[in-house]
Design a protein. Sequence first.
Length: 318
Amino acid sequence: MALTAPAAYANTVVYASATLTDTINATGVSTETIVFTFNAATASATTDGFGVAVASFAAPSSTGTFALSAAFAGGATYAASTAAAVVPINARPVTAVVPPVTIPVGTVFVATGTFTDTLAGVPLPGSAVVFQFSGSSAAATTDALGVATASFTAPLSSGAYSVGASYAGNSIEAAASSTATVTVIQLGSLITGAPVATFADASFTAAFTLIAQADGTPLTGRALSVVFAGSTATVVTNGSGVASATFTAPGVLGVYAASSTFAGVVSYASTLAQADVTVSLRPTSMTMISVNASALAVFVGTITMVDVPNGLPLAAAP
């Protein structure tokens, strides 16, 4: 008699198959009773036309190798026969899933791991899980839905990182783990520029303010590139997030644009903005000196014209 039984998982079913053969003519012996014994349980089955009898048993709740035996008591025609085998009982496979996360630099995020009995498709509650992220670890326990969570702080550098969750397993379930990508992105930044009103050929100051887009916090000590009419100045924001640069307005009246660009840093994304520069006529002032003169006498009137922005006399004015 030959006895076989494939490996099974804990808490599933063990299927045993015995083949009773007439060794003289090498044919199966039918309609004979085979008694199977597995893990202190017994079951009887009758051989079919090929001499095969099949029995099933509940697999134990622990892993290892377990003895299986089959016995044929014999009869008037055939002698008694026995066979033995071992059945490997393996841990139940577990499916672990960790979803990816996208988070700004320096912020707290929650890593999630879901653990499921693969065979039954049911959650694994109350299981100890360890999360790993960027050199830090955190222990957690799965809830009724098989979900465990842990909080971590994203690095101050943008890029792709890995977060993982692992379950060590027990006497029934196998160990399982999963990893996912944590995409750490730059924080948004925002530039605002104040419009400028100036005069032809006059010096003026273009001021731009750099702030964090999320909460409006001034970004100090950051380099901005300020451009006007082909001239470029690189300036650093002050304690209020303001960067100022001085330029000379063109001699032609009109509305021009000053622009500012923040190239971005590891933690903050690049941004840019424009501000209008309105160039108007230069204002002048005129003063006249009082003159005392006699009737019908010739006198000289004196007028002084001054360029108001620079305070200098205006020569050759018609």
